[in-house]
Each structure stands twice: as C-alpha cells, then as structure tokens.
Design a protein around this ligand. Structure first.
Ligand code: AMP
Ligand code: GLY
Length: 423
C-alpha cells in the first residue's frame, strides 16, 4: 500500500519511521517532510493545507492511506474534502473531520463537550467583547492564578496564566477587545486553575472502538526547572512513572470511554488520534485540553514504544474495525531530548549546518526542523532534532538521549539538561 503523511516535524518523522517497519508499505510519501523523512520515503514540497495539491499527489501516486500530522489541515477540513470528492472518497484519512476537530479548534466546544458527557475538567465560563464586564465579574469570583484561554487556535500561545487580578482583567480586555490573538481570541474561556502534575494520554479511534497508545509526559518550558517561555515541547518521557494502574484505570473510565461514547452520542464521526492533555489533581484525572492529533515531541517516544504493526492499526482505524485490533508495547522506557535553535521560542536563525549525526549510537535522531542542501543537513526551524532512546527505565533512556545529544552540533544549539527532573 502507498501511504502519505502530511506534515514536516519530529512527529511526522517518528510516524514515518514506525510506518516503514511494516511489511504492508510499498511507497511512503511525506508532504512536505524534512531531511529526516527524506531517508525513509519521498518528500513532496506541497503545503498540507493546499487540498487541491494534496489531491493530485494522492491520485498520481495511488495513495490509499493518508495520515494527517498537524491540526491545521484537520481544522480546515481535509478529511471532509476527501469524503466529498468522488475520486478521493475511498482513501482512508487518519484524522477527524472538521466538526470533531473542533475539540482542538475551539476551547469552548471542548468544554461544552466535556460538560455534556460528564468528563472531569476545570470549571469555566466563556466571554466575548460584548460580555467583557461579566468576564471581569467572573474573574472577581475566582482565586489567583487566573487562567485565560483564547477559544481558537493560537499556535500554542493562546493560554495565559496570571497571578494578579488587575493584570488578568487587562489581558482579558486585550484578548477580547484588542484581538490579542486575532480571531482566535474573539471568545475567551476563563477557567479554574488546577494544581497538579501534567501528562498526556493518546488513543487511536475509529469513532466506536479504540486502542490506547503509550502515555507520555512532555516538558513545555524553555528553561530548566520548568521556567521561562512556553515552547512546542523540549523533551518527553514514556511511560509516565507516576501514572500507576489505578490512575490509568480512572483515566480510561472517566475520560477515554466517555469521550468516545460522547463522540457517538453527538454524531461526530472520528477516525484518528485523540490526545488527552491531563492533569493529575491529587489522585484524580482532569482534562486540560483535547488535541485531534498526536503530540510533538510525545510522538517521538510513543512510536518507539509500539511493538505492533502500526500500519495495520491505521488500516483498521480507516475501516472502522479497531474492535479486532490489539496493541503491544515495547517493554522499555523511551525518552527524547529536543535540540533547538538559539533564541527559540523567540526569534532564531535558520540554515545552520548540522554536524555529528553520523556519530550517534543506539538512538533515534528524529528530525523536527531540518532540510537538505545537497549532502548537508541544515536547521530549518526552532525545534531541530529530537534525540530519542530506550532504557530499562527512564533514567537509563535519558542517559542515552543525552550521550547522543552531545554528538550533534550546530551554531547556537540549546537543549534542556533536566528532562525528567520531576519524576
Ligand atoms: P492548553 O493550551 O490548554 O494545553 O494550555 C497550555 C498550558 O496551560 C497547559 O499545558 C497547562 O500547563 C496550563 N493550563 C491550562 N489550563 C490550566 C488550568 N485550568 N489549570 C492550570 N494550568 C492550566
Ligand atoms: N507537546 C504538546 C503538543 O503537541 O501539543
């Protein structure tokens, strides 16, 4: 079978790496891909949001399965586009249709879904520019810190956590009246602050049945000790040591099952990944967010921990037969450490030559933001390489990730030396 992956990050490289282990694959295409995916399949320089270009690629290359990496094409309706097209309607697309992608695309949609289906989450209310004064009043009823969330997609920057009431009011006004995040903050969800430790769970679902993928914890802040600005993610660990069986059973019964049942009750077709951003408050799971795709860099530790044929799981997702699937995990820990460009997550330069990749041993160097220039591999983004490795426990895996991270260099390279510090 010929497969297409849409996207260009470490997540897509890790998915490509796992897919290529399956004997079911004939040809793999990645659009647009990066220097890492170029070694596994054929990169095609098109924009995943240019659906017409995606269509031509699929038809020309007889592609029967499309895995959508990032959220933007899903929220823009790539799956709906396939279903509505006579020539594409039988191609299996992994990723929900536009309506269910609102679980990620709209915080308010997600909160209403959770309320309707009794899924544990923070108490909230949502506001628009017309109800700004009510928003101030609601803030006055809460205790610090105050959590303000732009309703729409804001490239991971739309959540503000503020310690001061006046500042929270000021920011609320910035978001609602001054379009701080453009259209994304035309509506703002204000929610109760939850104090606990975060982790991510993932399932692959056909809308009725699901398989649970390995769980993971990512490290979002740029600085050691979880300080400084938020990033896309600086490292990850799987499995999460504090997520014991009793806790995971609660996640399954209180979060995962009601979510999949909720999708059916609400008539929301869903074939794809569900990413549950959770916070463990005491011993209880609460949902902080849904994403309609895999996490990055979580995928760089989740894919290495899947033993089963992943293409078979994706096929069954597309067919709606995941009830006949089982999934086996690699009985090891996996960790990843993200090498980023100097200055990230603020301004940084691209085009720096990366050296030392050939010196890495016993690791998987997943490319996040790289491109080929002849024989050279150049940096092409803020997050550059995710160095993933296995160990008998997360500490052993981290030692390997770090040994190999040292081998890879480029001008301005930075990585956190403390991934897993809190475990
Ligand atoms: P989100 O974009 O919804 O994942 O939020 C970004 C980050 O903000 C999360 O990863 C949490 O660290 C934090 N966060 C979001 N909602 C809450 C909340 N209700 N209480 C505490 N922290 C939160
Ligand atoms: N690592 C968090 C995310 O992918 O949203």
């Amino acid at each position: 079978m010929n497969i297409l992956i849409l996207g260009s990050g470490g997540r897509e490289h890790a998915i490509a790496w796992k897919i290529m282990q399956s004997p079911k694959v004939e040809e793999l295409f990645i659009a647009p891909g990066n220097a890492g995916t170029a070694k596994l399949g054929k990169n095609i320089a098109i924009n995943p949001e240019d659906f017409q270009a995606v269509k031509e690629l699929v038809l020309e290359n007889n592609i029967s399965l499309v895995v959508v990496g990032p959220e933007a094409p899903l929220v823009a309706g790539v799956h709906d586009f396939f279903l509505a097209d006579e020539e594409l309607k039988d191609v299996k697309v992994i990723g929900p249709q536009k309506e269910a992608a609102q679980l990620e695309g709209s915080k308010e949609f997600a909160k209403e879904f959770m309320m309707r289906h009794n899924i544990p989450t923070a108490a909230y209310e949502s506001f628009t520019a017309e109800t700004l004064e009510d928003g101030y009043k609601f803030l006055e009823t809460l205790k610090a810190p105050y959590v303000l969330k732009a309703d729409g997609l804001a490239a991971g920057k739309g959540v503000l956590i503020l310690n001061d009431l006046d500042e929270a009011k000021k920011e609320l006004k910035e978001m609602l009246s001054n379009q701080k995040f453009g259209d994304a903050s035309a509506k703002v969800v204000i929610e109760e602050f939850l104090d606990g430790i975060e982790m991510s769970c993932f399932v692959l679902t056909d809308g009725k049945n699901y398989v649970t993928l390995p769980n993971a914890k990512d490290y979002k802040r740029i600085g050691e000790g979880d300080t400084g600005l938020n990033t896309g993610g600086m490292g990850a660990v799987s499995p999460v040591p504090f997520a014991d069986d009793a806790f995971l059973e609660k996640v399954e019964n209180q979060v995962i099952k009601p979510t999949i049942e909720g999708l059916q009750k609400d008539n929301l077709p869903y074939k794809g990944f569900v990413f549950f951003g959770l916070i463990k408050v005491g011993d209880e799971p609460k949902v902080i967010e849904y994403n309609c795709r895999m996490g990055d860099p979580e995928t760089e530790v989740v894919m290495p921990r899947i033993q089963s044929d992943f293409v078979e799981l994706l096929e069954k997702t597309g067919e709606g037969t995941l009830d006949t699937a089982t999934i086996e995990f690699v009985p090891k820990s996996a960790t990843t450490v993200m090498l980023v460009s100097g200055g990230y997550p603020e301004a940084y330069e691209k085009g720096k030559e990366i050296s030392g990749l050939e010196n890495t041993r016993y690791c998987m160097a997943f490319h996040a933001g790289t491109k080929l220039d002849g024989d050279k591999v150049l940096t092409n983004g803020g997050r550059v390489i995710a160095v993933s490795a296995y160990g008998n426990d997360f500490k052993e895996a981290l030692e390997k990730s770090y040994e190999n991270a040292k081998e890879i260099s480029f001008d301005g390279v930075y990585y956190r030396k403390d991934i897993g510090f809190d475990l």
